[in-house]
Design a binder for this molecule. Structure first.
Ligand SMILES: NC(=O)c1ccc[n+]([C@@H]2O[C@H](COP(=O)([O-])OP(=O)(O)OC[C@H]3O[C@@H](n4cnc5c(N)ncnc54)[C@H](OP(=O)(O)O)[C@@H]3O)[C@@H](O)[C@H]2O)c1
Length: 296
């Protein structure tokens, strides 16, 4: 019988990459989505059938946080994460042969704004505010399930860098139009991970049956916003880059319907647990990561 993986929220930036990788490795891939031609969130029977006999379930579902945090969007950002997680947990409980492993996406944003020291799984401090509340509720709904046959891990994912999507397009556009200077003070940390390493973490956790709980998924060498923008300008051969001070970002973010928190929060996160357990990153340095992604 074919190996099977279920990707919930598998049509987006990370999910599409994973889909392709799993297919290359001979997996049958089942996708749960709001879009047609996939398993629908409202079809509980089909979800249970997909999960039955699957090797693993990866949940990536969630409304994009790249929007204004008005009440409607806040509710959708929260519910699209907690309710999908609950549906999946309940469906696993109804399986006769549940998946061995359930990986649920979480976010490195769960930690506080940190300019003083890095946040690890053990020594990190959880922050405050809307995005942190979402992350906490997401992990709470995930770990509220006690699943006798299914190992669970929550992935606190840093900003994912890859060729087709995510934050690369907006950053590249800023640089191209000469606006790729620092954002805000430029001192805020940018924790990142190459999408390829994120997939390698999934495969690592699949093999390591002794591991469960919370994992920071971020490259071991975070950079400052200023280092990030410098590196982008160098690789894209753009000598000038106008800075965007905080007040300008506040205005701009209203115009383009987003929140400044996405670029101004200092996310300083280290993958302490993964490294201690022997995971080795392919992309440790932002230069290598961006050179690979921006290569034609
Ligand atoms: N990319 C990053 O840098 C990053 C960093 C940390 C954490 N994460 C988390 O990782 C997950 C995947 O990220 P991504 O970059 O691949 O995001 P994405 O491209 O926006 O994809 C998100 C997926 O969630 C589903 N979705 C959107 N709104 C939904 C709703 N209201 N109800 C149910 N499903 C909904 C979409 O599926 P359908 O439209 O097919 O239903 C889509 O496939 C997200 O939960 C995100 O918060 C991402």
């Amino acid at each position: 019988m074919n190996k099977k993986v279920v990707l919930a929220g598998g049509t987006g930036f990370i999910g599409s990459y994973f889909h392709h990788q799993f297919q290359n490795q001979g997996y049958e891939v089942k996708v749960i989505s709001r879009k047609p031609n996939h398993i629908s969130w409202s079809d509980r029977k089909a979800i249970i059938e997909a999960l039955d006999g699957a090797e693993l379930l990866i949940n990536l579902a969630g409304k994009s946080v790249n929007c204004r945090y008005n009440e409607k969007n806040r509710n959708e950002i929260m519910n699209s994460r907690t309710s999908t997680t609950t549906i999946l947990g309940e469906s696993i409980l109804a399986c006769s042969e549940p998946p061995e492993l359930w990986l649920n996406s979480s976010t490195a944003t769960i930690y506080r704004h940190a300019e003083d020291r890095p946040m690890t799984e053990e020594q990190g401090e959880i922050g405050t505010g809307f995005s942190v509340d979402v992350a906490k509720a997401w992990e709470e709904s995930f770990f509220s399930f006690q699943l006798p046959k299914t190992r669970q891990a929550a992935l606190r994912i840093a900003i994912v860098l890859g060729k087709d999507g995510g934050v690369m397009t907006p950053y590249q556009n800023l640089v191209r139009f000469g606006l790729g200077g620092v954002q805000g003070s430029g001192r805020q940390k940018f924790s990142w991970i190459h999408v390829k390493d994120l997939f390698r973490i999934i495969m690592f956790l699949k093999e390591r049956k002794d591991l469960s709980g919370v994992f920071n998924c971020s490259a071991p060498q975070p950079v400052s916003n200023s280092e990030l923008m410098n590196c982008l300008r160098r690789i894209m051969k753009m000598p000038v880059g106008l800075p965007a001070p905080k007040w300008m970002l506040e205005i701009g973010s209203i115009v383009i319907r987003t929140e400044t928190e996405l670029v101004l929060k200092s996310r300083w996160v280290l993958p302490e647990r993964l490294q201690r357990e022997g995971f080795r990153f392919t992309y440790n340095k932002i230069d290598d990561c961006l050179t690979h992604i921006l290569k034609k």
